[in-house]
Ligand binder design. Structure first.
Ligand SMILES: *Cc1c(COP(=O)(O)O)cnc(C)c1O
Length: 454
């Protein structure tokens, strides 16, 4: 809550969207653009006391309604919380899987307990193991690193570029004769530049795992993310799009990858349901895990799936409004977007020239109550202490005991470009339920702050 009471700061004139925008536009064009710094004299025209409360919130719960409720009650009434059988019907996870595969345009989907366990299943599906190297972006979530380590393979980092996602050139440079796969992470609601990534991977015979946890429902050149490479994974954790609190999925068009992933997620066994989907089995039982999704989780996701396009439409509308409102600012640089149509509108990104300028930009936006931060939701992995120290659950863990594992060095010198991008980008979160007034407030705030720097 603001410390100012609303009455105290009441504007005698009615707040008008048009006059408000006109005022901030005038402010932006009137102030001279300074070549190397901030105008110390410019004063805030936006009165923070009048700021609307802008909070993007968690996406999925903003769409919960009677559909999730009724679906959960179905499971209780059937008395069948386990996905494969029970007292009554157990169909939620199965139907969610089929709906999800259909939505993505993928032949096969497997529901699991999280995005992390989806990654472990997908890496297993690709047949990755000790001696193999997997290329991982230097800025992403822990699980993209841990899935490689848990397979006993060696994680090798590549930089991100101004798309916030894997830099295809850096990916190519990181390839060695031992490289078996690359994890292309569609980070922060935007797709990777998949064409060059796929070209390089095909040329070198490297498998592509798409991590779509932060871009569920996004696309690239008309194809849903997760269906371009060999295998795709998704997360349904609270911070993502459709959500059941925790949950994940794997999609693929390759029956062998699917069989291996299904087996791994279910103690190495192969349920009849999956056998029916792929026709014939190619593997025998092996030591797996239990990553099975339960019916309550499946019930919520089953009800959420039909709302995914609405969530994306709402977020994109607000993101486009904000982008439109700042696009004429002279020299403004935003995030590189390999396919603007495929972005889900998670946030709007502005590039600054230096860490100092970024800090100032953020401080000035915060004064104006514009929701902003540095990039969020991931880790600068090569400079994380446990990564630099190559800590594993056992000292003889195979990832780092090979000559290559012993020789590899992590740390800031291995990811300079990523650190630089992290330091210079401003993130402005977009909520699916922002009003026009909120979008306009953000636009006016950015314009005013931008007008004071170059
Ligand atoms: C959240 C996330 C994951 C892991 O998903 P969980 O469901 O939290 O295990 C993996 N990759 C990325 C990029 C993520 O953002």
């Amino acid at each position: 809550m603001s410390i100012h009471s609303k009455d105290e700061n009441k504007n005698p004139t009615q707040f008008s969207r048009r006059s408000f925008l006109a005022r901030s536009l005038a402010a932006a064009s009137a102030s001279p653009l300074l070549i190397d710094g901030w105008s110390r004299t410019a004063s805030a025209a936006l009165d923070p006391a009048k700021a609307p409360q802008i909070n993007a919130g968690f996406v999925a719960p903003q769409y919960y309604d009677k559909h999730e409720e009724e679906s959960l009650i179905d499971v209780l009434e059937e008395g069948s919380p386990f996905r494969f059988y029970g007292q009554g019907k157990a169909v939620k996870v199965k139907e969610f899987e089929e709906g999800f595969a259909n939505y993505m345009g993928a032949p096969y989907a497997l529901a699991v307990t999280s995005g992390t366990t989806a990654l472990n299943s997908a890496i297993t599906g690709l047949g990755i193991g000790p001696g193999d190297e997997v290329i991982v972006p230097a800025y992403t979530w822990w699980s993209d690193y841990t899935c490689v380590v848990h397979a006993g393979a060696l994680p090798v980092f590549a930089d991100i570029d101004e798309s916030m996602c894997l830099d295809p050139q850096s990916f190519e440079k990181a390839i060695t004769p031992r490289t078996k796969a690359v994890i292309a992470v569609h980070l922060l609601g935007g797709p990777c530049d998949m064409d060059p990534i796929m070209d390089i991977a095909k040329k070198k015979g490297i498998a592509v795992l798409e991590d779509c946890a932060q871009c569920v429902g996004g696309s690239y050149h008309g194809k849903k993310l997760g269906t371009i490479g060999d295998v795709g994974i998704y997360s349904f954790q609270l911070h993502k799009m459709i959500s059941s609190g925790e949950g994940g999925a794997v999609v693929t068009g390759n029956p062998l990858i699917y069989e291996r992933a299904c087996r791994f997620h279910n103690m190495g066994g192969f349920d009849e349901l999956f056998k029916n989907r792929i026709g014939k089995t190619q593997l025998s039982n092996f030591a797996g895990e239990n990553y099975r999704m339960n019916e309550f989780t499946g019930a919520v996701l089953w009800a959420q799936l039909p709302k995914l396009d609405t969530m994306i439409r709402d977020m994109r509308r607000n993101a486009e409004a904000v982008r439109d409102g700042i696009k004429d600012l002279p020299g403004i640089k935003k995030r590189k977007r390999p396919d603007p149509q495929g972005d889900i509108g998670y946030a709007v990104y502005i590039e600054t020239k230096s860490k100092e300028q970024c800090d100032q930009f953020l401080a000035e936006l915060r004064k104006r109550k514009v929701p902003c931060s540095r990039l969020t939701g991931s880790v600068l992995l090569p400079v994380a202490e446990s990564v630099m120290q190559k800590q594993t659950r056992h000292p003889n863990w195979p990832s780092f005991t090979s000559p290559e594992g012993k020789a590899i060095e992590y740390g800031p010198d291995t990811c300079r470009q990523t650190l630089d991008i992290y330091d210079r980008f401003v993130q402005i979160r977009i909520g699916p339920k922002y009003t026009d007034e909120m979008n306009d407030w953000i636009i006016a705030g950015v314009r005013e702050v931008y007008s004071q720097l170059t």
